[in-house]
Design a protein around this ligand. Structure first.
Ligand SMILES: NC(=O)C1=CN([C@@H]2O[C@H](COP(=O)(O)OP(=O)(O)OC[C@H]3O[C@@H](n4cnc5c(N)ncnc54)[C@H](O)[C@@H]3O)[C@@H](O)[C@H]2O)C=CC1
Ligand SMILES: C[C@@H](CO)CCC[C@@H](C)[C@H]1CC[C@H]2[C@@H]3[C@H](O)CC4=CC(=O)CC[C@]4(C)[C@H]3CC[C@]12C
Length: 369
């Protein structure tokens, strides 16, 4: 019995499998999941890199679809053993409307859950976010917190609101009976700010620095610490969680886990300089060059301009009241819950993660010129 279970080949579905994190999850599954028989990659926009994966020993099926369309999700989920749901609209810059963010992140997640229930898929791993917890609207620091740390989670921005609602749906669905009579087993992983190969904001900072002659200017005090996590380790945690959900259903079902690794706690800007520095950029100023109230004013001005210009053009700069609040609030995680529950250890050391990211930034920068 145990032998036949071990020999069984499994069908995995990764929603959002062509995104920044999703691509790493897809590649990690192919490298590190020995029981993988078929890998379905579901995304609204399929990447051309998927073609090269189709020549390997595992069947890779690319499915162009929209998580907001229940029938498309149900068709993709049917027959899958495990779903890793990373698809989401990551927008804290006001590019999409609050309704669209809600539709993709909340209704999309509801569709995934219902598809599991209808088609008999038993295991669901959801990519949540640290934003479900905070920083809150009051700017309270979250210092070396874990999954049990008490924190006043109050959100107003559509993105964290949507992630919190979706996470709740996923956790509440744990234990629901799926088609065939077995219980659904779910868990949610909460990455902090992810970095690594494919990180668009890092690339944008690099290009901006190049345009400014190699300089970036400090805006946030170095004392504000952020916990960041390497994308390869986030992907690895997804693969392990998905694998162990079956064996450890009673322990892991309905649980949340922060995604963590050995990346150092630093301010957002100082952390980025770990990669941008070796690529030739310099961060000017030991302290912020502008007083905080000026940044608050500029962020508010950007929000006003975005609102005024919306009928004519999309104005969505990096700085707005929400991104300023997140960047200016300490949020660091210190936990071993994933290690205790399913044996997670980071696959990539900080040195490896740093080197891989630097190489990617260098390549991304040169391809831009
Ligand atoms: N980037 C970060 O620092 C963090 C991201 N997360 C979460 O990780 C997940 C992945 O985020 P990223 O890879 O950074 O974003 P991303 O934007 O690179 O990837 C999201 C993927 O979902 C797809 N997608 C979006 N709407 C869709 C729809 N309606 N139907 C089907 N596919 C759709 C996109 O095409 C994209 O490929 C998201 O759920 C996000 O909330 C959580 C914590 C931190
Ligand atoms: C004030 C600027 C001066 O240089 C810096 C602005 C940086 C911001 C754009 C980023 C600072 C913190 C980031 C967020 C954080 O890493 C947590 C996140 C989790 C998610 O689930 C999605 C992305 C993000 C909200 C991330 C977005 C960019 C920042 C706000």
């Amino acid at each position: 019995m145990a032998d036949s279970a071990q020999a069984q080949k499994l069908v995995y579905l990764v929603t959002g499998g062509c995104g920044f994190l999703g691509e790493h999850v897809v590649r990690m599954l192919l490298q590190r999941e020995p029981r993988l028989g078929e890998l379905r990659v579901f995304d609204r926009h399929l990447g051309p890199w998927l073609e090269e994966l189709k020549t390997g020993p595992v069947r890779v099926t690319a499915i162009q679809g929209d998580v907001t369309e229940a029938h498309e999700v149900a068709a993709a989920v049917a027959g899958a053993h495990v779903v890793i749901h990373t698809a989401g609209l990551v927008d804290v810059f006001g590019r999409a409307s609050p309704e669209t963010i809600h539709e993709v992140n909340v209704q999309g997640t509801r569709n995934v859950i219902e598809a599991c229930v209808q088609t008999g898929t038993q295991f669901l791993v959801y990519t949540s976010s640290m934003e479900v917890v905070g920083p809150n609207t009051k700017g309270h620091p979250f210092y070396r917190g874990n999954e049990d740390t008490l924190y006043e989670a109050v959100h107003r921005h559509p993105y964290p609101c949507s992630k919190a609602l979706a996470e709740r749906l996923v956790l509440e669905a744990n234990g629901r009976e799926v088609h065939g009579g077995l219980p659904l087993v779910t868990c949610a992983l909460r990455p902090t700010g992810i970095y690594g190969e494919g990180h668009q904001i890092m690339r944008d900072f690099y290009r901006q620095g190049l345009r400014l002659g190699g300089w970036l200017f400090r805006a946030i005090p170095a004392s504000v610490e952020h916990g960041r996590v390497y994308v390869g380790n986030v992907a690895w945690m997804h693969v392990l969680a998905a694998r162990e959900l079956e064996r450890r259903a009673a322990l892991m079902g309905g649980q949340v886990y922060f995604c963590y690794d050995g990346s150092p706690y630093k301010s957002y800007e100082d952390f980025n300089m770990e990669f941008l520095g070796p690529c030739g950029l310099q961060l000017v100023g030991a302290r912020p060059l502008l007083p905080y109230w000026v940044l608050v004013f500029l962020a508010a001005l950007n929000a006003l301009l975005q609102w005024l210009l919306r009928p004519l053009v999309l104005y969505a700069p990096l700085l707005n009241p929400y991104t300023l609040a997140v960047a200016s609030t300490t949020f660091t995680v210190s936990t071993d819950k994933a290690q205790r529950h399913f044996g997670y250890e980071p696959l990539f050391s900080w040195e490896d993660s740093r080197t891989r990211t630097i190489l990617w930034v260098q390549a991304a920068g040169s391809s831009a010129q």
